[in-house]
Ligand binder design. Sequence first.
Ligand code: AMP
Length: 432
Amino acid sequence: MPSLPIPSPPRTTEFSELALIEPLLRAVAAEGYETPTPIQQAAIPHVLAGRDVLGCAQTGTGKTAAFALPILQRLVAAGPVTRGPRHSRVLVLTPTRELATQIGDSFATYGRHTPLRHTVVFGGIGQNPQVRALRAGVDILVATPGRLLDLLGQGLAHLEQVEVFVLDEADRMLDMGFIHDVRRVIDRLPTRRQTLLFSATMPAEIRSLAGSILVRPVQVGGAAPVSAAADNIDQSLYFVEKADKRALLAHLLGDRSITRALVFTRTKHAANRVTEHLRRAGVGAGVIHGNKSQGARERALADFKAGRARVLVATDIAARGIDIEDISHVINFDLPNIAESYVHRIGRTARAGAAGIALSFCDTAERESLPDLERLLHAPLRVVLDHPFRSPLRPPAPAPVPSAAAPSRPRGPAVAARPTHRRRRWWPRSGR
Ligand code: AMP
């Protein structure tokens, strides 16, 4: 791949300055978006100009609109075209069913004043409704790789007329073992097309994939340090014995300021047990993990979104990319095995500029993973000692953190202060 030109940051601060057409501006205004996020400012002009884009951005940065808005505009500008049956003009490939649904919803929202049609296909449910939706052809197809390959194999979907291909969350595709499926899908695409690749991180394998599928791409979005995502999240740590974790969780949920909590467990089994425990304690809780049927997952998500369940218990894979507004708290019932997952998890709160709160439980065995986590965060986590399930073991000494980092409050006596819950955008307004 040739070296990537990194454009200087644009000075645009209004959607109207992005040369977007009126039906899209109207839809964006109706969503209450005031200014484009940095990734939107950076990507939209290039996508509109037909360039290939390598976007370094994670979910929560506004990246869906960064590709959906200019894609919709390009399709509108091209005017109605005769699609073959089962053909699509845009393919968005994304790793999970939940993300696919959300991206489909975003196309519906932003494209509501356009005549464009989209559909979403993913596995875990019967394919017939999806096949019916595809039959006449759609403008935009949002898909997970496995189901799409099934449909392609049966001749029920065709990609020969794809003009724009979006590969979303490329690093997740890699983590989840989908990268071969992704390559197989790419092999079916026409070589003449516009390609947009988005990834939160850029490991060597993704760079190499980018090199093979992008033509003279513009790079947008910074490879922001993953810990940057946590800036407006109040984070704290509870030392607790494993056997007391469920009681601690139920105790904390007695605080009604926890209005909507996403609780992460390491295993599906633990997710079920925690959910049962909460229900017995009278807390409305739903659960999503990989063993749950698609219908059960959708119901749990819908109950959580609608406020019928105050808590959603999830494993990492099931929660990937979930975009639910107003999650007041992310609770790490178990610390994740990989430090980076911590940042992805807590990023489920503090969406779209709001502030959020993340509480993490740490049992004796998990203390081993703390130094890695604190190095990644460039600061020790604030420890809460005044709770009834406090571990009898002394808290470990905080790991040394890089000297450049601004240390957070030192580990020490109990901190009971309530974090401020001010709404705040975490993408800066660029001044003019
Ligand atoms: P995404 O990164 O695409 O998952 O978007 C994260 C959240 O930000 C979604 O809830 C969007 O509705 C919201 N969002 C996207 N763009 C903007 C914007 N320009 N202003 C405010 N909110 C936005």
